[in-house]
Ligand binder design. Sequence first.
Ligand code: FAD
Ligand code: NAP
Length: 543
Amino acid sequence: MSNSTQTAGADYDAIVIGAGFGGLYTVHKLRDEQGLNVKGYDNASDVGGTWYWNRYPGALSDTESYIYRYSFDKKLLGEWTWTDRYITQPEILDYLNHVADRYDLRRSYDFDTNMTSAKFDEATNLWSVTTDKGETVTAKILVTGLGLLSAVNYPDLKGIDTFKGACVHTARWPEDLDLTGKKVGIIGTASTGQQVITSTAPIAKHLTVFQRSAQYCVPVGQRPQTDAEISDIKANWDTIWDQVRGAAVAFGFDESTIPAMSVSAEERERVFQQAWDEGGGFRFMFATFADIATDMDANKAATDFVTKKILEIVKDPETAKKLIPTDIYAKRPLCGTNYFEVYNRDNVSLVDVKADPVAQITETGVKLVSGAEHDLDVLIFATGFDAVDGNYTKIEFVGRDGVTLGDKWKGGPGGFMGVMETGFPNMFMILGPNGPFTNLPPSIETQVEWIADTVKYVNANDIAAIDVKPEAQEEWLETCRTIADMTLFPKADSWIFGANIPGKEGSVMFYLGGLGNYRQALKDVVDANYASFTLDGAKIAAE
Ligand code: FAD
Ligand code: NAP
């Protein structure tokens, strides 16, 4: 391991922003495997990324525990264990802390440090990174693991500052906030909101749910896993990860190949019921039938099934009616524990803020346009994130010719395979725009490994600057658009297409072609000797 810098004239060989799954693995790959002098920054006080910030009650991964982890180290896989089918936020944070200790990653990081700008110097081919501590450092390689669900979205509501109670966003949860016996209000009823709602209802004095759009939700199927189940998984890692890496959504099951309408109504009912009983949102959407996310009739069969369940579960017909979504089933699939059942509790009320919008937040709670007021001790915003490019566009990234990412991505972010952007040489993104839409740890590993291999190639060939050719990026974007248009996802408004942020230009931000195909596409780039890149450098130029 080297403490000296291999890059002439630079403070570091590589700078890594972020200490979540992506940043941590990158530091390990570049520092420990390639001997590079690497500096990391995170604006959190410690490692964990998503799982450092999202400490709200009920926070849980809905990827099953055994594959919401790294796969790169068999010893780590064997030694670190879990208890339940799905892993909770505290357990994921413990895991990432263990990873940081195990590979001694913290020593490369400055925490509580925000990168405020990153500028590419065309004369030296170095990145110059400035932090909010007033430090400016340079490196040849910049890797940004800023997170795709990380830039917090606060709703723009009048009077927020006047509220006298506690007002919190789920992704900035204060650990000492106890909701027991309190009058709690929550805005947001998607993945996060539903987890908070089901965990808070049993302890709050009263919970008022302010719902704008109703959401389809299926049971998550949380349960303890036996030692025998865990041992069986641990004896089969190779098969498991091979399957995950070759799959579409990489959630540990084989996606169905059977069209929903090719079977009888009875068979459809049986398959949906089986998936409902087993639990899991991605399973319900992708393991039942092949075309729930691509065919309107198949989609309707799924939504009819969930609607029937809502009507069976929710006792008050008015409440049930409000909970039935009017959209098609084409947002990120949700799952939870007794979500619809929660509305049968006497201490939970549901307010439809599409019908009667929030007029303002007052000193004592929420006032609606109709004049109705809801008194609260605590107001929770489960209003999500400025997803994918949110952390990129709020700080200054300056590439070639003084172009900023903010300007370049005004009409929606670009991105080559989620890992690079043309005009920003030697800068590699983790989960940048137009990467895969999957269970994320295996996609993160795929990207970090590709980035590390590319950095190795760049250094081995004395390449001063590697940049994506605009035509290669455009071709990739066209592929992403074409695939997105083959699905129903663009027909529902959600963060997947940037539709959740007022004023944000809707655009395709994911490659919906699956992890297996994505991995092949990245491999093709390497097999073609990086023909889709410009490579400025001594050896290459001489060849
Ligand atoms: P992050 O974990 O987001 O880490 C990025 C870090 O970079 C953060 O600490 C951030 O503060 C820091 N940072 C950003 N900008 C700067 C800057 N300018 N300067 C310094 N530091 C900066 N994915 C799944 O696959 N399955 C799930 O079940 C799942 N559940 C989720 C549940 C929640 C509540 C949320 C919010 C997300 C969930 N995700 C899930 C997505 C999750 O974000 C990813 O799985 C993964 O944790 C992302 O890791 P990352 O390292 O790319 O980014
Ligand atoms: P989200 O999916 O963007 O949902 C935000 C919620 O807030 C929606 O219900 C939205 O309503 C509502 N909202 C936003 N602004 C509002 C406003 N001004 N007034 C009223 N309502 C408003 O955010 P999220 O729930 O935090 O989830 C984001 C992503 O994080 C998920 O899709 C998932 O990828 C990940 N996540 C995963 C899990 C898990 O189980 N593994 C848990 C949490 C998060 P509309 O629908 O009407 O816009």
